[in-house]
Design a protein around this ligand. Structure first.
Ligand code: UDP
Length: 235
């Protein structure tokens, strides 16, 4: 399938049209941003790692009855995905306390949560992706009640599946962010990516961080951490 025009350029990916109107091509960049674009940098080969890691994880989810946008990987950095209308929500699932939740609850990073927490943020850069609840989503018509129910169910199921998947490679899945899209016929499917950019991965033995927090917090060995996740998944 031919890549045609640039449809959209985001912080970490470019999206191109193809000769099939229902399919777009995603191209992963090495560019990294944090804190709503204030911190900028590049992480060598991040695009390759995130493309391949995300595709592998999405395939695993597909095998376990989660509908995703994945169609086919084209090369190290590029993948064909179903064209969807992105629902403007960042859906965050948490198993242990980290990041913004540590501040919100005044709890130490790493504290085990009694049950997973699901959060919504409004995906809108100009507003700094604010935390919102179901009433906000309905009142602002960001998604329907039915869609929210599907998203909540899928997010919890995805969490269960991913916790097990990463446990197998000795990684503790602390939290992650996912996004959903609507297909032209109105089906809600998992979209965007699941990668070290969008998850917190801690080595289950040492607690070492193997994700974008190494970039956000200037911890060093960022490339090495991304490659470590890649190597464990593809070992
Ligand atoms: N996250 C993300 N994109 C965002 C915000 C958060 O992928 O724009 C992910 C982040 O990597 C982490 C989880 O969502 O795995 C929870 O992030 P948190 O709310 O703690 O925000 P942060 O501390 O990253 O600002």
């Amino acid at each position: 399938m031919e890549k045609r025009d640039l449809l959209y350029e985001g912080k970490a990916k470019r999206v191109y049209t193809t000769d099939d109107k229902d399919i777009v091509m995603v191209s992963y960049k090495d560019d990294a941003t944090a804190f709503n674009g204030i911190k900028k940098g590049t992480i060598h080969d991040k695009g390759k790692v995130n493309n391949e890691v995300s595709n592998k994880v999405m395939m695993y989810l597909e095998e376990n009855a989660i509908p995703t946008h994945l169609v086919k990987q084209i090369n190290e950095r590029e993948t064909l995905v179903k064209k969807v209308e992105i629902i403007p929500l960042e859906v965050i699932v948490r198993n242990k306390v980290a990041g913004s939740l540590a501040k919100k609850l005044g709890l130490e990073e790493g504290t085990i949560l009694k049950r997973p927490i699901l959060e919504f943020c409004y995906k809108k850069d100009e507003l700094g992706d604010p935390f919102i609840n179901v009433d906000h989503i309905l009142a602002a018509e960001l998604a329907t009640e039915e869609e929210i129910e599907i998203i909540q169910k899928m997010a919890r199921k995805i969490n269960e599946l991913l916790v097990g998947y990463f446990k197998n490679i000795n990684i503790d899945l602390i939290d992650f962010k996912i996004e959903f899209g609507r297909t032209p016929d109105g089906q809600v499917i998992l979209a965007d990516e699941i990668s070290p950019d969008t998850c917190r991965y801690w080595d289950a033995t040492t607690g070492e961080k193997l994700d974008k927090d190494r970039f956000r917090r200037d911890m060093g060995n960022v490339e090495e951490a991304y490659l470590e996740v890649y190597n464990r998944i593809f070992a």
